[in-house]
Unconditional design. Structure first.
Length: 581
């Protein structure tokens, strides 16, 4: 829900103080500005009219002093509001990023990564600007409007009736503008999401784009996305730009009417010249305040969509979390061994039993076993193993590790006990050593080297001039696919997990290297359950048990020799690969 309190909750104390000092400074500035026209009227009607130079100088010095004080308050208010707004932005981005870190894969799929990027950047910036206006202009403008109106009424009640007509007309027009413009800005932000998605895909897949000479296609794709953003911006802003001419029309109309009737009142002797000049100044002050409010109004229209999008993330409940304390059950914090059981498990990304990608899966893996999983593309091998560390939750049935349902474990404890080497070899900016320490931040240099030896990575790492201190660049751009895979395996080994899952993680290495890695894994972590997903029969044929998957179901299980005799899918894959060799 639209809840500004939710956005600024948890704001650090120093930023709260700045948030309070900014409106106080604005009030001080307005008080000085409101008093200055009154002083000017006195100079004209008393000083100049009576040719009293000393009075003119005296009141003039007071006006200069008020102007300087007003300038001081204005400068302080601007600084305080900027510091507070940047504090809100920092606080909100940290809160959003932390919330996203708690999201399950399902939550991320719901928003999309490009939309999350837009919300953490563009939308938060809009919220920052809005907050700055709320604690500065939204205090200054109404206070200026009220004080100016009061002073104008004191000077001439008759002329001040003019505002009773102008302000309601203006308010009605602004309301209509807001109602029409708001949904258009929501559409514009969605177009930003699509533009970010296009940029993200292109940058991630830049090597593929270049290798297939698709830069012209990608340029055209980006051009269409950028043009869609442009059109949505024009569609939204062509409504709100009516605000300024509308304000100017009302302002100049009020000044003209005031001069006409005020001039007649001066001739009739009902008003002094200085009072009319001051009254015109107050009209300008009042109408400038209304223009400020209209500017805030426009920005609120723009930012309201951003605030709602930010609140959607804050309101989103992670699909996967620890068991509720309300049930008086504490999450289990220790995984005793690496046994894995699937009991009548079905799973659907859509949470729909009619669209299951896994159907009625039951299997048992004893702790310390080497298990192979093989199957065609789209047979849901990766989905199956993703249920073990609770990257997703089952739709039906249960997954157990060490005889306990994974939903009863503390998430951190469970995931620290299950290491996954995914199909996409993800490395981060920094050195090789820093990346490897993701597996164990306290790992010694000796442990890091041993893990790399087991993953057959030590030789090429040591060949780099800086060895383990070599900077990888973003995403490990300095490494080949096979080198990335081996570093990811070493990183997983440093966790010393109860269950190690290798999801086609040796596909980019040759068969000899693959064999060395498998032999090393048996010796390095003898008590760890190893689950190997592979396309090559050679990678799993020595496993204690092999599961063959087909269309989200297990079509067979057993040793290599058993499956060659009893499973037609396995036999067909084996024979096709042998023929190629």
């Amino acid at each position: 829900m639209y809840n500004v309190r939710k956005i600024i909750s948890g704001l650090e104390k120093k930023y709260r103080i700045y948030s309070l000092l900014s409106p106080l400074s604005m009030i001080g500035e307005v008080m000085m500005e409101t008093a200055i026209p009154l002083m000017m009227a006195k100079i004209i009607d008393k000083g100049i009219a009576s040719k009293n130079l000393s009075y003119v100088i005296k009141i003039g010095l007071i006006m200069i002093s008020m102007s300087l004080v007003s300038l001081l308050f204005g400068g302080l208010g601007a600084r305080f509001s900027s510091v507070a707004a940047f504090g809100v932005s920092r606080n909100l981005r940290r809160k959003l990023f932390s919330k996203v870190q708690d999201f399950s894969f399902g939550n991320v799929d719901h928003f999309s990564s490009s939309s999350l990027i837009t919300r953490l950047t563009t939308d938060v910036t809009n919220v920052q600007n809005t907050y700055q206006m709320l604690i500065r202009i939204c205090i200054r403008a109404p206070f200026n409007l009220i004080s100016g109106t009061v002073m104008a009424a004191i000077i001439s009640r008759k002329l001040s009736l003019l505002f009773l007509v102008a302000i309601p007309v203006l308010a009605l027009c602004l309301t209509l503008i807001a109602r029409i413009a708001y949904p258009r800005f929501g559409i514009m932000l969605k177009q930003y999401d699509l533009l970010n998605n296009t940029v993200q895909e292109n940058l991630i897949g830049i090597r593929v784009v270049k290798s297939f000479v698709r830069h012209d296609f990608e340029n055209e794709k980006f051009k269409k996305a950028a043009d869609a953003v442009r059109k949505s911006q024009i569609n939204a802003e062509k409504i709100v730009i009516l605000n300024l001419p509308l304000m100017q029309l009302v302002a100049y109309s009020c000044i003209i009417v005031s001069l006409w009737f005020g001039g007649r009142m001066i001739i009739a002797g009902d008003m002094l010249t200085g009072e009319l000049i001051s009254f015109i100044t107050y009209i300008t002050q009042i109408l400038m305040s209304l223009m400020m409010l209209s500017m805030v109004f426009i920005n609120l229209i723009i930012s309201r969509a951003s605030i709602l999008r930010v609140c959607e993330i804050l309101d989103e409940e992670p699909e996967i979390k620890n068991i509720e304390s309300a049930n008086k059950l504490r999450p289990i914090s220790v995984v005793q061994n690496g046994s894995v059981d699937f009991k009548n498990v079905s799973f659907s990304y859509l949470k729909d039993s009619d669209n299951c990608v896994l159907s009625d899966i039951s299997l048992h893996i004893e702790s310390g076993m080497v298990v192979g999983i093989i199957g065609g593309t789209g047979s849901s091998k990766t989905t199956l193993v993703s249920l073990i560390p609770r990257l997703y939750d089952t739709l039906l049935g249960s997954v157990q590790v060490a005889g306990i349902d994974v939903r009863k474990y503390d998430l951190v404890a469970l995931r620290n006990s299950v290491a996954m080497v995914l199909q996409n070899n993800v490395l981060f900016s920094g050195t090789i050593k820093e990346n490897l320490k993701w597996g164990n931040e306290t790992a010694s240099d000796k442990e890091i080297k041993e893990a790399c030896i087991a993953a057959d990575a030590d030789e090429f790492v040591s060949a780099f001039p800086n060895g383990y201190d070599t900077d990888l660049g973003q995403g490990g751009v300095n490494l080949s696919g096979g080198q990335k895979q081996r570093l990811c395996i070493a990183r997983a080994l440093l966790k010393k997990p109860k269950v190690l899952i290798l999801d086609d993680s040796t596909s980019a290495v040759d068969t000899a290297t693959d064999a060395r890695i498998r032999n090393a894994l048996r010796n390095t972590l003898p008590d760890t359950t190893k689950i190997i997903i592979a396309q090559r029969i050679n990678s799993v044929q020595d496993a204690d048990v092999i599961f063959v998957m087909d269309n989200g179901k297990i079509s067979g299980s057993g040793t290599h020799n058993d499956l060659l005799k009893n499973n037609s899918i396995y036999k067909e894959v084996y024979e096709s690969q042998q023929a190629k060799n």
